[in-house]
Design a protein around this ligand. Sequence first.
Ligand code: HEM
Ligand SMILES: *[C@@H]1O[C@H](CO)[C@@H](O)[C@H](O)[C@H]1NC(C)=O
Ligand SMILES: *[C@@H]1O[C@H](CO)[C@@H](O)[C@H](O)[C@H]1NC(C)=O
Ligand SMILES: *[C@@H]1O[C@H](CO)[C@@H](O)[C@H](O)[C@H]1NC(C)=O
Ligand SMILES: *[C@@H]1O[C@H](CO)[C@@H](O)[C@H](O)[C@H]1NC(C)=O
Ligand SMILES: *[C@@H]1O[C@H](CO)[C@@H](O)[C@H](O)[C@H]1NC(C)=O
Length: 348
Amino acid sequence: MPSGRSMAPPSPRGMLPSSRRLVAVLLLAAAAALGFGVRAGAAQLCAEYYDRTCPGVHRVVRRVLKKAHEADARIYASLTRLHFHDCFVQGCDGSILLDNSSSIVSEKFATPNNNSARGYPVVDAVKAALEEACPGVVSCADILAIAAKISVELSGGPRWRVPLGRRDGTTANITAANNLPSPFDNLTALQHKFGAVGLDATTDLVALSGAHTFGRVRCQFVAPRLYNFSGTGRPDPALDGGYRALLSLRCPRGGDGSALGDLDPATPDAFDSSYYANLGARRGTLQSDQELLSAPGAPTAAIVGRFAGSQKAFFRSFARSMVSMGNIEVLTGSQGEVRRNCRVVNGS
Ligand code: HEM
Ligand SMILES: *[C@@H]1O[C@H](CO)[C@@H](O)[C@H](O)[C@H]1NC(C)=O
Ligand SMILES: *[C@@H]1O[C@H](CO)[C@@H](O)[C@H](O)[C@H]1NC(C)=O
Ligand SMILES: *[C@@H]1O[C@H](CO)[C@@H](O)[C@H](O)[C@H]1NC(C)=O
Ligand SMILES: *[C@@H]1O[C@H](CO)[C@@H](O)[C@H](O)[C@H]1NC(C)=O
Ligand SMILES: *[C@@H]1O[C@H](CO)[C@@H](O)[C@H](O)[C@H]1NC(C)=O
């Protein structure tokens, strides 16, 4: 047994008060210097952030999500997408949740979001339940991160510990929202957009695109591939003929662009690796999906193959990439605020 336990340690109690103060001041100064050396005001997110201030946060979010899912099988996919559309636009700051007001031009009406991004009332319900349980504590940006994590988990996907402590922004940027990745982007464009937010343009792009293993898509994003690919008047040559026939039934030429289909026809609501098997069979639903495999020898193609062969490898990468995405330009510490209502900036 180490005898140090029973020995009296050299105790600061033995110091003179003035030298104790000096030690404290020096320690504080050192800590401050280190902190500011990293980046002024930049605190780290951590999974335990609400352990003392709102210990029930995960339980509350899970309860509201499960309830919403009873009436809406698509909601887990929609909430997962909201976190993505939040993080890619001036960071994970809850900006996508802000409505139009005198100071805000809402991102909700940007082209990638208008009549497309959904789940806002469920976020409101989560926020209301959390304001009841621990008023003024949990940010809307963190609600989106937790909702995405729980949604993936409840759909059969991987689990991970989600870092928390994001603060909510007080601005929105519809221009940036209009520049979100487009389903008609080629591989180069997709890689640029992921690189621009500090994500890895290969592994993160391929892993996160795997979220298209669940959820729905409107015909307007599919029809051009069926009838007039890149304005050629021909179908997309990268699309399997059988799948094209199936999609054409769902989305007839000149039909309703807002009609919905499944992103993953194999297992529409399950979070699994069938997305990658679909790509291997040239059954990617969006052009941007199939692009990951389009260029022979592209590094993205190798990763698609790896994830198609191993759901475990996909799940591990997806969890890691979701944490990376959730770290994009976060506000922490005293930056931003914790919104009381996710739709409006406090005090406005
Ligand atoms: C790589 C670039 C991406 C592009 C071009 C893209 C594009 C799209 C499009 C066009 C839709 C259908 C929207 C509609 O029809 O209204 C969609 C749906 C969806 N996206 Fe993506 N997406 C991308 C990446 C991601 C990422 C990174 C995630 C999450 C991690 C994600 C999650 C989803 C989900 C879950 C849906 C279904 C939503 C629902 O059913 O409500 N996507 N995406
Ligand atoms: C919000 O503002 C945008 C841009 O000014 C506008 O296009 C949109 O129709 C507005 N939406 C609502 C619900 O007022
Ligand atoms: C959003 O969609 C609505 C309803 O389809 C449409 O009337 C409006 O013009 C769209 N807004 C923008 C900014 O495109
Ligand atoms: C909004 O986003 C655009 C495009 O990313 C950027 O150029 C612009 O500076 C942003 N505006 C503000 C006020 O941050
Ligand atoms: C990809 O798209 C960009 C514009 O988004 C274009 O400039 C580029 O030429 C395209 N690359 C290929 C290989 O088609
Ligand atoms: C296909 O798209 C091109 C460019 O957008 C357009 O000029 C052409 O008329 C379209 N063709 C058909 C058959 O719709």
